[in-house]
Design a protein around this ligand. Structure first.
Ligand code: ADP
Ligand code: MG
Ligand code: MG
Length: 247
């Protein structure tokens, strides 16, 4: 059933309109891909769905699970089950990966978790992602390689089990093995939760490993083309230029 409905959404930052009338519907269990050139507005769209205060909605609305969330803050949206991974993961000295995840899970669920239960859940998810258990006690992302940071993001997905996960360029800078591990983690998340995914990318490596339901091409803050998984292959073969001006 329908999970997210974006209706004619426009959004601005610093008085500059960056998204112009974007409409998109995502159902439970679906994987959507948003592609487009650098600067097309992909990260802006992800941030606006998450409710980042950096952007102001200037038109249209967002409906999540039947509820109008257009005016809700990011923390409330997280509690409803929306998750956004950042293009550039933050490093937090003094907070371990384990503490960070446990805190995030308690924030999202509003429940206190027994440390033992949490550690078991964490260890299982880390094993699935081929992450050495010592990472749990390291400061979040500090000194992590690009691939390790991405794995830490997917770890968050497996721990938080959101209803909708928006992954922003999770595949950038990953080698072939890391792409496999990350896509295995994503598939596991989908299998466990029947969650929906919006995968933002201008890179096609990870898409080969995922089952894609719908593809949306964004250009200058507008959706200029839509289709199924086959659209990804069209982009691989012919690039984005063919979609410019097709509205
Ligand atoms: P993409 O993720 O597709 O590369 P972005 O969403 O990051 O694109 O950016 C789209 C456009 O919006 C760019 O021109 C960018 O400079 C601009 N932009 C993004 N965020 C802001 C902001 N907070 N303030 C002003 N301009 C922004
Ligand atoms: Mg960019
Ligand atoms: Mg971006």
């Amino acid at each position: 059933s329908e999970l997210l409905r974006i209706e004619d959404l426009s959004a601005a930052a610093e008085d500059k309109e960056l998204l112009h009338g974007v409409s998109l519907e995502v159902s439970e269990g679906e994987t959507h891909v948003v592609m487009g050139h650098n600067g097309a507005g992909k990260s802006t769209l992800g941030s606006v769905i998450m409710g980042s205060p950096e952007y102001k909605v200037t038109g249209g609305k967002l409906i999540f699970n039947g509820e109008d969330i257009t005016a809700l803050g990011a923390d409330k949206r997280a509690r409803l089950g929306i998750f956004l991974s950042f293009q550039n993961p933050i490093e937090i000295p003094g907070i371990t990966l384990s503490d960070f995840l446990r805190n995030a899970l308690e924030q999202v669920t509003g429940k206190h978790l027994k440390l033992w239960d949490f550690k078991k859940k964490l260890a299982a998810a880390m094993e699935l992602l081929d992450m050495d258990s010592s990472y749990a006690d390291r400061d979040l992302n500090v000194g992590f390689s690009g691939g390790e940071k991405k794995k830490a993001e997917i770890l968050q997905l497996l721990i938080l089990e959101p209803k909708l996960a928006i992954l922003d360029e999770t595949d950038s800078g990953l080698d072939v093995d890391a792409v496999k591990t990350v896509s295995k983690g994503i598939e596991e998340y989908k299998k466990r939760t029947n969650g929906a995914l919006i995968v933002i990318t201008h890179n096609t490596k990870i898409l080969e490993a995922l089952t894609v339901d719908k593809t949306h091409i964004l250009s200058a803050g507008k959706i200029v083309s839509e289709g199924g998984a086959e659209l990804v292959n069209e982009v691989i073969e012919n690039g984005f230029e063919q979609f410019a001006g097709r509205e």
